[in-house]
Design a protein around this ligand. Sequence first.
Ligand SMILES: [Fe+2]
Length: 480
Amino acid sequence: MTKSRSAAWRLPLTLTLPLALPLVTCVVLVSGATLGQEQTPASIPPIAQRTVADLHRPTVTPDRIILTWTDNPTTSQAVTWRTSTEITRGLAEIALAESGPQGQRNNARQLIAVTQPLETDLNAAHFHTVTFRDLTPAAKYAYRVGDGVNWSEWFLFTTASDQAEPLSFIYFGDAQNDVRSQWSRVIRSAWTDAPKAKFMIHAGDLINSAESDSEWGEWFDAGGWMNAMIPSIPIPGNHEQAKLEDGSRRLSHHWRPQFALPENGPEGLEETCFTLVCQNVRIVGLDSNRNHEEQAVWLDRLLSENTAEWVVCTFHHPIFSTGKDRDNAELRKLWKPVLDRHRVDLVLQGHDHTYGRTGLDSPTAEQNLATGVNTAELYSGTVYVVSVSGPKMYNLQRHPFMARQAEDTQLYQIIHVDSDKLHFEAFTATGELYDAFTLRKQPGQKNSLTDEIPDTPERLRPPVTEAAPGRSTGGLSRSR
Ligand SMILES: [Fe+2]
């Protein structure tokens, strides 16, 4: 028999529950009292909504677990996780992965974490980092993190090979907004297409408010256990910069406790400007928010000594902006000559909330972008990509030297490197191939490029007329 709404609420609550109990407890107990009895939807009492602080509160159980590298990917692996401040000593255990359940547990070695406190707008937490060292190249390991009592599950990862074996990696432009609601599907689609990717590059603006713990919580929730199995290489965007009262900006206090990254860049840019080599690919992360000149000098010296076959640079603000009325002329002036001189293969960027990918030739610093390529100054050899993975969308700046562009499209990119061949694919959030090309090494010359753009129309907004100016930004503010 159906229990009427009025009957459910006639339960003598005040007699059975202490007055001090919060409403949420009452609701849970009332629901429990009627469990098993059929109810019409109208008879269900209002459900108490968890607060943002509740949703992102750290506990003794490890969360926000993420693999990154501080050192050589063939022999080391860093892992960072979060707990409540009750956990003052973090532990990690690691062993060669085994098929049976006992082996890795019995053979595991235990390491004590470096623990850092972090006060956020919502809570106080401890972030723990362990760097596993002396690992065997191209070996599958199992690890777990915790405190000796409260443990994560065992996760698997595979160290990089010390040979130039084929590898794939994933690249995301800005996630930034509605990360739980609208970005999670993008990282999950990328994972389904490349579950054995060696790493994931995030080209800045992972979140919108630099020190919002709920936004960071959404970012970690979206990646979930994938972050604990595939190393991430994030670089900071302008939205990872907290604004100070005097108008200046500094790196988010979340950044360094939660991402253990190399500290091999210029002094003062630790974990925001760095490099590492994975198999035959050198990754260079630059901090486009500050110290451009200093990083140009560092990059020039670094690439002069590079021996890796492929060089991929990633930074947030694009050399060639694809956002309408946005430009980063200083970066083009200071960094592009260095990228050109060293024939960097691929530059992966974000910031402009559109998609744009060049061919091999693009204008030099001095040229008016609108005129396209000046053959007198012709050289690039570098492919520049701007992409966006989150839902915030801008108006596109068209450039004649862009091979493929898009508006209003969330994308992820998978890059495959195999010996002297690099294959790039951009997919929409729903997994449709949107752009592709292949680079091939040519000794002593710039790369060759073969476009493999699918035969589908470019995803562009209709031209804006005078009568209908200013397309929307998806209801989101357009802050730089
Ligand atoms: Fe940005």
